[in-house]
Unconditional design. Sequence first.
Length: 130
Amino acid sequence: MSEKDIQKKENTAAAERIRNVKTFVPRVDIYETKDALFLVADMPGVDEKAVDVELEKNILTINGRAETEAVKNSSLIYSEYEVGDYERSFTLSDEIDGDKIKATVKNGVLRLELPKAEKVKPKKIQIKAA
């Protein structure tokens, strides 16, 4: 499977954002085995309740929301990192079986398994003596 099979889609969402927070593009590692592709996205501060993964018309969209935990009766004086939402989209080829995609989140890392369709998996041809 080539890089063309999964391409980053520009963040051109037609919908208007309803949260007034910064949106980051999460960094993603992509691995391939003979049976599937694996996407590993870093989204610090995001848990399983704050992640949405959708597949529509071969567009895989990842959305995550990170919330800050404010200390009661205090005000922020200095911050070294920013908190916000995460959003990234990928265009999938027909070689991915969209019905079997699996997603897990642990410690702010989203892992997606994108199984290949049966028609593109390598097949061993059995040889018979003539």
